[in-house]
Design a protein. Sequence first.
Length: 326
Amino acid sequence: MIQALTLGNKTFNSNLICGPLAGVSCAPFRRLIWRYSQPAFTCTEMVSCKTLLAKPGEAQRRFIEKAPDEGPLCFQLAASDPLELGEAVKRVTDYGADLIDLNCGCPVKKIRVKGAGSKLLTDPTKLYQLIMAMKQNTHVPVSVKIRVEGKSGDKFNAEVAQAVSDAGADFLIVHGRHWTEHYETPCCYDDIQFFVEQMKIPVIGNGDIKDLETLRKMFATGCAGVMISRATVGQPWLVAKLTAELNQQAYALPALPEIGALYIEHVTGLIDLLKHERFAVIQARQFAKYYGRFLANKTAFCEAMNSCEDFANFKALCQQYFPATS
């Protein structure tokens, strides 16, 4: 059910959210989301507090830039030190963050060895201290995005729920997989439902949402809202489509030429943001399988794009595979 969502001191018109995606959810991507959909809010890529607090430079730009035509934005931070997190929270509040989230789910080794990301799931005391540092340094709603026990031998759900509650987080985002599980492993809805039943704050369910069936399955956990991430890449209209379908309304998908034009616009924006054409194009190769999902010759398109290294070649391939693209 699409309905208003209140998180802390803010209320949003929708309870569908576009989540953070490493290497994807910077301003050029989010602008497309807002053009086609009206989610509750979108999220930045995860950014280390050390990066935010370092001397200002181009490395920070991709994480902090917000386009003027974007809607509400949640900054997602990675941290293990409460003092650093508190300073970073002040910084992003000044940048105009509408909400701030602490990443407690990232499985990447270089994040875990620093005591951040999913490593925090086994340290409820540190988690409590970090959330308190967030609450003490901003007036905007704060959240934590976690992974779950799943089918692992780890037992941390109850302790994490207690730490999040005691520290006064405004809402909780639950990705229904253990941090060691990949996307091939189905989302564990029972764990999400555990947090829904355990918490007095809103719980946002996350994992595997790609269509009306999977959205309804997530809402069946009782969660207050749903966060959609990977499925929005290459189809920024997904939230609008799902909203229409839940309301039993028809939704007309964009034609292939429009999708090709969106891919070009996305990468053009990325080049402008990164100030480095080749790096942006190479990074954008990973998007080919998403933008090409509606192509009959998707495999050929992805293979051709995989060797692309400059924007002229990239644009020519889009025009070839998405005819009439300008």
